[in-house]
Design a protein around this ligand. Structure first.
Ligand SMILES: Nc1ncnc2c1ncn2[C@@H]1O[C@H](COP(=O)(O)OP(=O)(O)OP(=O)(O)O)[C@@H](O)[C@H]1O
Ligand SMILES: [Mg+2]
Length: 263
C-alpha cells in the first residue's frame, strides 16, 4: 500500500439475501482514500453508497445483509479480519461517523455532555472532569461559544444544524484518522449546509484526517472533494479527481448531474 494511502477498499461485495433473491448492494467496489484528503462517493438513490460506508464500519444491517467478499484496509490493516471487539475499538478510535439525521444518532434521553463525554472516557481513558473539559473544547471548536451550557442541553433543545455540529464534535472526539459522513448536510437548509461543510474542512485541517463523503449533491462535491467516485448499481462506474470530473464527466449519470448542478 502506498505511503500516502489511508484506506484501501478492494473488491468489496455486500449482498442482501431475501427469500431466495439476492440484492447486490455493493458489487465489487475498489477505491482508495489518501491521507488528509476527501473522497466523495456520488450516485443515484439505491446505488450502494451507504452500504459501502456501512460495510467499511461493519454495520451492515443483518441478518439479511452480509459482506461476502473483499478487503477494507485501514493503514494496511484489513478490518474485515478483525473480531467484533477489535472492530468496536476501531469505530471509536480510528473512524468517526456522521449521518444524515442527527436526531436518530443522538440519544434523546441524555444530555449533549453525557454523549460527548462517553467516548472520551471509554476510548481515551479520560476521567469525568477531563472528559468534561475536552467536551467543552470540542464544542467550542464546532461553534458553540457557550459550550458549558450546551453540555447541559438535550438534543431536542437544539436545531438540526446544531445537532449536526454536536455529531461532528463527537465524531472527532477520538481524533479519528477517517471521518465518514453520509449525507451530512442533506437534512439542513442551504445556509446551515455551507456552515457545516466549512466546519468539516476546518476540523479536517485541525486533525489532518481523511474524509469519506457521501452525497448526491454535486455542489457539495465541487466544494469539498479531492477525488470522486461515481456509483451505479453497486459498482464504481467512474473514478476521477475533482478537476477531471468537473471538466470531462464520462458516465451519463455524472454528465446529467453536472448539467443540473452547473446550470
Ligand atoms: N435493509 C435492506 N434490506 C434489503 N436490501 C437493502 C437494504 N438496504 C439497502 N438494500 C439494497 O442495497 C442497495 C443500496 O442501498 P444504499 O442504502 O447503499 O443506497 P444509497 O446509494 O445510499 O441510496 P440513497 O442515496 O437513497 O441513500 C439498495 O438498492 C437495495 O437494493
Ligand atoms: Mg444512502
Amino acid at each position: 500500500m502506498a505511503d500516502d494511502v489511508l484506506l484501501e477498499v478492494n473488491q468489496l461485495k455486500t449482498y442482501f439475501y431475501m427469500g431466495g433473491n439476492v440484492a447486490k448492494a455493493v458489487d465489487g467496489v475498489d477505491f482508495t482514500i489518501k491521507k488528509g484528503k476527501t473522497l466523495a462517493i456520488v450516485g443515484e438513490s439505491g446505488s450502494g453508497k451507504s452500504m459501502t460506508s456501512l460495510s467499511i464500519m461493519q454495520l451492515v444491517p443483518g441478518p439479511t445483509g452480509k459482506i461476502v467478499d473483499g478487503a477494507v484496509k485501514l493503514s494496511g490493516k484489513d478490518l474485515l479480519k478483525l473480531s467484533d471487539k477489535q472492530m468496536e475499538k476501531v469505530r471509536g478510535n480510528e473512524i468517526g461517523m456522521v449521518f444524515q439525521e442527527p436526531m436518530t444518532s443522538l440519544n434523546p434521553v441524555f444530555t449533549v455532555g453525557t454523549q460527548i463525554k462517553e467516548p472520551l472516557m471509554k476510548h481515551r481513558g479520560l476521567s469525568k472532569s477531563q472528559a468534561f473539559q475536552k467536551g467543552v473544547e470540542l464544542l467550542k471548536l464546532v461553534g458553540f461559544p457557550r459550550a458549558e451550557d450546551t453540555m447541559k442541553e438535550f438534543p431536542h433543545q437544539l436545531s438540526g444544524g446544531m445537532r449536526q455540529r454536536v455529531m461532528i464534535a463527537i465524531a472527532m472526539s477520538c481524533d479519528p484518522k477517517l471521518l465518514i459522513a453520509d449525507e451530512p448536510t442533506t437534512a439542513l437548509d442551504v445556509t446551515i449546509q455551507a456552515q457545516i461543510l466549512d466546519l468539516m474542512k476546518k476540523v479536517q485541517k485541525e486533525f489532518d484526517s481523511s474524509i469519506l463523503l457521501i452525497t448526491h449533491d454535486l455542489g457539495v462535491v465541487a466544494e469539498m472533494a479531492d477525488d470522486i467516485i461515481v456509483m451505479y448499481g453497486g459498482q464504481v462506474v467512474e473514478q476521477a479527481t475533482r478537476r477531471q470530473l468537473l471538466k470531462t464527466p464520462k458516465h451519463p449519470y455524472t454528465v446529467g448531474c453536472w448539467k443540473v448542478c452547473l446550470a
